[in-house]
Design a protein around this ligand. Sequence first.
Ligand SMILES: [Zn+2]
Length: 237
Amino acid sequence: MCGISTWAATSYGRRGGRYWWIRALAPPAGRSPTRFRRRAAGYRPEEVDVVLLTHLHRDHVGWNLRQEGSSCRLSFPRARYTVHQAAWDTFHRPEVQEALSLTYLEQAITPLQRLGGLDLISGDLKITDEVTAMHTPGHTPGHMSVIIASRGHSAVITGDVVVHPAQVADADQSFVYDMDVEAARQTRHRLLERIEAEGMVMAGGHLPEPGFGRLVRAEGGRRWEALQDQREWSALV
Ligand SMILES: [Zn+2]
């Protein structure tokens, strides 16, 4: 059996002195991913050229694959599924799979290679004139963020470099699932400084609704403020 949906969850807590907070997105119950995506984005699955996986944690790899009879198929049959080489290598090491209970890999990731849909990259990748995948390691090896520059606007989809607005105010705050805490901290500082300096929109799957916001200065500190006007972010996507 292959294919998993990204799970829906909101949870938070503290473990070992490190805070964690997760809000993951999922299709409404009973909706297939492809139907959901087609409705949401207005595109058919076969029109998608590139699926960029920021990293290979379970809540970021749903909908890659689907089961059709006894066969496992690509959900987006013409797409190149793009993964950083370091992420692929790390998540396929037996000791990492055992330590992190990566039992979903065979359902959601590993078959991409034998189905011929996988592109492994190293470093950054210019996907189009407007979209660039940027290597932002730390949360996992080979973690990627996405820079979008279009129509005079620019935005960053952070992946899990930032998972909570508290990390905007204090970029030293680590996330309990950061695999390399120090590399993640350095990456987070670097990315937030760039976002602020260039006035970019910052988006992330775990950030509060609508997930798109800007960095603002208030009372000597920096904070993330959600965009209130949908037109501001829908111009980018
Ligand atoms: Zn993650």
